[in-house]
Design a protein around this ligand. Structure first.
Ligand SMILES: [Zn+2]
Length: 201
C-alpha cells in the first residue's frame, strides 16, 4: 500500500510513522551509516528519526519605555514572569512566529525592530531568537497561556520571579543597548548555558 492510498481528506500525505502511515514502526537505536551519533532507525523502512533542537522566538516589547511581560499560566514555571515567546510553527517565519506569540500570550500586536539576541540552551535543546519590538497601541490582555500581562519600568521588573535565565539575559542585554538603533545581536552571556539564573541583582 502506498502513502497515496492513505491520503487524508485534507489531501496531505502522512509522514512516515505518523498515524495513518503505511506500517507500524519498529525502531532500533544505532549509528546510521555515515553519521556519528546514535539515532532511532525503523527496522522496516530505514526511516531515521532525527531529533534536533527546537527554535523559540520571542520579543522584548516596549511601550513608552516600559517592558511587556507575561505571568505564565502553564508549566514549566507557572506563575513566573516571562517575555512573550514560544516555539516556531511549521510554515511561518521567525518574525511571524514572534508576532504570533505576542498575540497568543498577550493579545498584543507588536512591531518588530531588530534581532536582539540568539541564545543556545543545550540542556533543553533550544535555540532562542529574541527580537526588540514595540507595541503600536497600549492594548494587551492575558492570553490563554498567561495569568496576567503587564508593562513594567526597569525598576518594577519582578527580578526574583523570572521564569527562565534567558529572560534575565534578554532584559539586561536589551537595557544595555536601549536607545541604540543599530545593534549586533547578543549571544549567551559568557559561560552561561541556561542552567542557572544569574546572581541576584
Ligand atoms: Zn518505517
Amino acid at each position: 500500500m502506498t502513502n497515496l492510498t492513505k491520503m487524508s481528506e485534507s489531501g496531505r500525505v502522512p509522514a512516515p510513522h505518523e498515524p495513518g502511515a503505511d506500517h507500524d514502526p519498529a525502531f532500533t537505536r544505532r549509528v546510521p551509516t555515515g553519521d556519528n551519533l546514535p539515532r532511532d532507525i525503523c527496522d522496516r523502512c530505514g526511516f531515521i528519526h532525527y531529533v534536533n533542537p527546537k527554535v523559540v522566538v520571542g520579543s522584548v516589547v516596549t511601550f513608552e519605555g516600559r517592558i511587556l511581560m507575561c505571568r505564565r499560566a502553564i508549566e514549566p514555571r507557572k506563575g513566573f514572569w516571562t517575555l512573550p515567546a514560544g516555539f516556531m510553527e511549521q510554515g511561518e517565519t521567525a518574525e511571524q512566529g514572534a508576532r504570533r506569540e505576542a498575540r497568543e500570550e498577550a493579545n498584543a500586536e507588536i512591531v518588530l525592530q531588530d534581532l536582539l539576541a540568539v541564545y543556545s540552551i543545550p540542556r533543553i535543546a533550544q535555540v532562542q531568537l529574541m527580537y526588540r519590538a514595540t507595541l503600536s497601541t497600549p492594548s494587551f490582555s492575558a492570553g490563554e497561556e498567561s495569568l496576567e500581562v503587564a508593562l513594567f519600568t526597569w525598576d518594577e521588573i519582578p527580578w526574583e520571579e523570572l521564569a527562565f535565565p534567558s529572560v534575565h539575559w534578554a532584559l539586561t542585554q536589551f537595557r544595555s543597548v536601549e536607545g541604540q538603533i543599530a545593534i549586533a545581536p547578543f549571544t549567551n552571556p559568557d559561560g552561561e548555558t541556561g542552567n542557572q539564573f544569574p546572581p541576584p541583582r
